[in-house]
Ligand binder design. Structure first.
Ligand SMILES: Cc1ncc(COP(=O)(O)O)c(C=O)c1O
Length: 411
């Protein structure tokens, strides 16, 4: 706790005595990106453990079928992370060393790391200011003879301009692999993300809208690709491992390709199943309610709040991102986060543009100034807690802390 403020206690509630402010410090630190774990999934995990079938088995199958149905995809293949999902999609799409893959610098490291692993080159292009998504006009400018694929990222759940991206891909014969890590439930022009393109990859990491602790899923409309991805996720074997250990007699198995162990387990699927079943009516609705409260509370502050899709498109509301107006505030992003931290509120950064990370600078020669929009956002972006696990008190505490910091540092 900063010693700028004097603290004292009333009925065990710690209160910060700050001049000209009635600001009240919350007792417990509010962790950024809390998972919403309830009784249904806890009971399902226990039942799974007791069933003695804890690896990839019937619950993974149920989760895959329900997820495919939810996003309106033909097939869904559950794996142990979105990173694994992206990796499998690149391999299954035939990406080779020396190929170029166009993606956004406004993303998590995993999106571009998987491109590096294959020996291909991540070609970053700048983003649109409002949506933080890859800009289609910049994609066209970056296409060369070596370009093989585009990985658009639906940043914070805001769907990318997929009509334009699909048009460009068709014109230049490029594969699209959507990084939909943030986009469970996002809708683009009436269609769920996961149903549009050949391949989409979702994440179920603990801070995501649906969690399986670690986990991911590939959705596709292409049954052949689905088979190949499933086979690659399971050591390149001809049979699913759960079939090998089932009560049905399976006549041996064969290794077809050097695959991976990227499988999801039934214990993980047990959690995901219930999150998915509750998602539309409860968890996503709650995220939307909280985001609306934030929108209302912050509208007069020197901050930009997220722009939302219009018409029949929808964001999954994965993140609530503030952009600090540094011309109107006497602090930088780092100080803002420290001030929030001292008020017991956790925050996140989404993202520091990837081309500014050491790996991408040193390996590919990217440098400051390459992508001005992403760099501007990188310096001013800060994400505040948004989760269906937040109580009304938590939401009030976040709002009060943001207002208090802004008022204290307003120019
Ligand atoms: C945009 C994006 N892509 C990929 C990933 C990787 O997901 P996972 O942690 O499930 O591998 C993340 C993780 O947060 C992400 O934010």
């Amino acid at each position: 706790m900063s010693n700028v403020y004097k603290t004292y206690h009333i009925n065990k509630i710690k209160v910060i005595n700050m001049p000209k402010s009635k600001y009240k410090l919350r007792e417990k630190f509010l962790v950024f990106g809390q998972p919403d774990i309830r009784g249904e999934e806890i009971n399902e995990v226990i039942a799974t453990l007791k069933s003695k079938w804890i690896g990839a088995g019937p619950r993974v199958k149920i989760f895959e079928e329900e997820f495919a149905k939810y996003v309106n995809a033909k097939k869904a293949i559950a794996v142990n992370s979105c990173t694994a999902a992206l990796d499998l999609c690149l391999i299954a799409s035939g990406i080779k060393p020396g190929d170029e893959i166009i993606t956004t610098p406004m993303t998590f490291s995993a999106t571009a790391n998987v491109i590096c692993h294959i020996g291909a080159k991540p070609v970053f292009v700048d983003v649109d200011y409002d949506t933080m998504n890859i800009s289609p006009k910049n994609i066209e400018k970056a296409i060369t003879k070596k370009t093989k694929a585009i990985i658009p990222v639906h940043m914070a759940g805001y769907p990318c301009d997929m009509d334009k991206i699909m048009e460009i891909a068709k014109k230049h014969n490029l594969i699209i692999i959507e990084d939909a890590a943030h986009a469970v439930g996002s809708i683009y022009k009436g269609k769920k993300i996961g149903s549009l393109g050949p391949l989409a990859c979702f994440s179920f990491y603990p801070n995501k809208n649906i969690t399986t602790i670690e986990g991911g899923i590939v959705t596709t409309q292409d049954e052949e690709l689905a088979e190949r991805i499933r086979m690659l996720s399971n050591h390149g074997l001809s049979h699913d491992s759960w079939k090998r250990f089932s009560d049905k007699l399976v006549e041996g198995y064969d290794t077809i390709e050097p695959g991976f162990n990227y499988r999801m387990s039934d214990v993980q699927a047990a959690i995901g199943m219930h999150h998915l079943r509750r998602y539309e009516k409860e968890n996503l609705k709650r995220r939307e309610e909280i985001a609306k409260r934030y929108d209302g509370a912050f509208k007069d502050l020197p901050l930009e709040t997220p722009k939302m899709p219009t018409g029949n498109s929808r964001s999954s509301r994965y993140l609530y991102i503030l952009r600090l107006d540094l011309n109107k505030l006497n602090l930088d992003r780092s100080k803002f986060r420290q001030e929030m931290f001292s008020r017991n509120i956790g925050t996140g950064i989404h993202y520091t543009a990837l081309h500014l990370h050491t790996l991408y600078k040193e390996k590919y020669g990217y440098k400051e100034g390459d992508f001005p929009v992403a760099e501007d956002i990188s310096k001013r972006t800060v994400s505040i807690p948004l989760s269906s696990a937040l109580t009304e008190d938590d939401v009030n505490d976040v709002i009060n802390a943001v207002i208090d910091v802004c008022n204290k540092f307003r120019k």
